[in-house]
Write a protein that binds this ligand. Structure first.
Ligand SMILES: Cc1cc2nc3c(=O)[nH]c(=O)nc-3n(C[C@H](O)[C@H](O)[C@H](O)COP(=O)(O)OP(=O)(O)OC[C@H]3O[C@@H](n4cnc5c(N)ncnc54)[C@H](O)[C@@H]3O)c2cc1C
Length: 337
C-alpha cells in the first residue's frame, strides 16, 4: 500500500488530504510542525480559559461569483460556516460576494477537512530533510525517526520549502528555484486579547479596519464577529498590525512589540478593559503578495517518486486559492498512484 505524506495541516493540506480520501488504497499521513491544526487559519485559546478563543490569522471566508459553490455549501450545511452578519466598519463589499465566519473558530474549517480525510495526523513534526532512498522519500523531522513515503506533498509557505535540506536542494532545478524565489509575502503581527467572563466591550462594531494608524490595521471583537456571545465565556479581541509595522519589527523582541501594539490599541479604543491574557503572534509569511509564476496551483519537483508542492503561494491567499491548489495537487497525485 502506497504511503502518502502531506506536510502542513493548514487549509491546503487539509483540503488536499480530504480530496485524496478513498481515491486509491494509499495510506495518508499529515505532519505539521505546530501543536494543532489550522496553519494561518489558526484559532488560539486563552491561557486561562480554553473556551475563550480568537482567530489570529484569517478572519472570514469570502465567496465570489466564480467560487466553487459546492465547497461552501458543504461547510454551511455542517454548520462550520455561517453568513457574516455582524457590523464590520470599512469592509469593502464586492458585488456578488458573500462573507462567512466560522462560529467555532476559523481552524474548525481545516479540522473539518482533516476529519473527512481519515488521515493519520501528527503534530510537532517539523520536517527538516527530504532525501531519496531506495526509490522512496525519506522524510526527517526534528522529533521522531525518519520515515519512508511513496509520495510527498508540501503545502507550507514557499520560503519554508526552500529552507528544507537533503536531496531536495539538488532536485529543485534552477528554473524552478527562480520561480519559487520570486514568490513574496507580506508580514504582520496579530494580538489576541482574552477577557474574563462578564467583561464588557462597549463599541458599536464587531470589527473595524483602521486606515490612519501606523501600527494597527484591523481590530475585531472576535466572538462578536463570529456571532458567539455567551454569558459563560469571556469576550476576545484580535488586532492585526499594518504590514509596514510588521516588516519594521520582524526581528524585534516580541514582548516589546506586544507593548507597542497594546499602547496603540489603548489610544484607538480607550474603553477596552484590561485583558486577562494576551497572545502575540508573528506572521512572517502572512499573505501572498506575488504568487509563484507560471504554475497551475502546484509544482512537481520530482516525478518518480512524486514530490510536489502547493499552497496559497501558488494561487492567492484566500479560501478559493487554497482549494484551487488542493484540487490541483490531489488530481496530480491521483494520476501518479
Ligand atoms: C493575518 C492574516 C489574515 C488573513 N485573513 C484572511 C481572510 O480574512 N480570509 C482568507 O480567506 N484568508 C486570509 N488569510 C490567508 C489565509 O490564512 C491563507 O491563505 C491560508 O490559511 C493558507 O493556507 P495554507 O494551507 O496554504 O498554508 P498555511 O496555513 O501556512 O499552512 C502550512 C502549514 O505548514 C506547516 N509547516 C510549515 N513548515 C513546516 C515544516 N517544515 N514541517 C511541518 N510543517 C510545516 C505550518 O505549521 C502550517 O500549519 C489571512 C492570513 C493571515 C496571516
Amino acid at each position: 500500500m502506497a504511503r502518502v505524506l502531506v506536510v502542513g495541516a493548514g487549509l491546503t493540506g487539509g483540503a488536499c488530504a480530504a480530496l485524496l480520501r478513498g481515491a486509491t488504497r494509499e495510506r495518508l499521513c499529515v505532519w505539521d510542525k505546530a501543536r494543532g491544526a489550522g496553519g494561518r487559519m489558526s484559532t488560539s485559546r486563552s491561557a486561562r480559559d480554553a473556551a475563550c478563543t480568537a482567530d489570529l490569522g484569517a478572519q472570514y471566508v469570502s465567496r465570489r461569483a466564480e467560487s466553487r459553490g459546492s465547497f461552501y455549501e458543504e461547510l454551511l450545511s455542517h454548520g462550520i460556516l455561517e453568513p457574516l452578519s455582524a457590523r464590520i466598519e470599512g469592509l469593502v463589499e464586492k458585488e456578488g460576494s458573500c462573507d462567512y465566519v466560522a462560529p467555532q473558530g476559523i481552524s474548525s474549517v481545516v479540522k473539518y477537512y482533516l476529519r473527512q480525510s481519515g488521515a493519520d495526523v501528527f503534530y510537532e513534526r517539523h520536517v527538516t530533510h527530504i532525501s531519496l532512498r531506495d526509490g522512496k522519500w525519506e522524510v526527517s523531522s526534528k522529533m521522531g525517526s525518519p520515515e519512508l513515503f511513496d509520495v510527498v506533498i508540501l503545502t507550507m509557505p514557499v520560503p519554508q520549502i526552500l529552507q528544507l535540506q537533503g536531496d531536495i536542494i539538488n532536485i529543485i532545478n534552477e528554473r524552478q528555484k527562480q520561480q519559487l524565489e520570486s514568490a513574496s509575502y507580506s508580514s504582520r503581527y496579530a494580538l489576541g486579547l482574552f477577557y474574563e467572563v462578564g467583561a464588557r466591550i462597549d463599541v458599536p462594531w464587531a470589527a473595524k479596519y483602521i486606515t490612519d494608524n501606523p501600527c494597527i490595521r484591523f481590530i475585531s471583537i472576535d466572538n462578536k464577529k463570529r456571532n458567539v456571545e455567551s454569558p459563560e465565556i469571556g469576550p476576545s479581541v484580535v488586532v492585526h498590525t499594518t504590514v509596514t509595522f510588521g516588516i519594521e519589527h520582524l526581528d524585534s523582541d516580541p514582548a516589546e512589540v506586544q507593548e507597542l501594539i497594546l499602547s496603540h490599541l489603548e489610544n484607538l479604543v480607550p474603553s477596552l478593559p484590561k485583558a486577562a491574557s494576551v497572545k502575540c503572534q508573528k506572521w512572517r509569511y502572512s499573505q501572498v503578495t506575488k504568487a509563484v509564476p507560471n504554475c497551475s496551483g502546484q509544482m512537481i519537483l520530482h516525478s518518480q517518486p512524486l514530490l510536489i508542492c502547493g499552497g496559497d503561494g501558488f494561487t492567492c491567499s484566500n479560501f478559493d486559492g487554497c482549494i484551487e491548489s488542493a484540487m490541483s495537487l490531489a488530481e496530480t497525485v491521483r494520476s501518479h498512484l
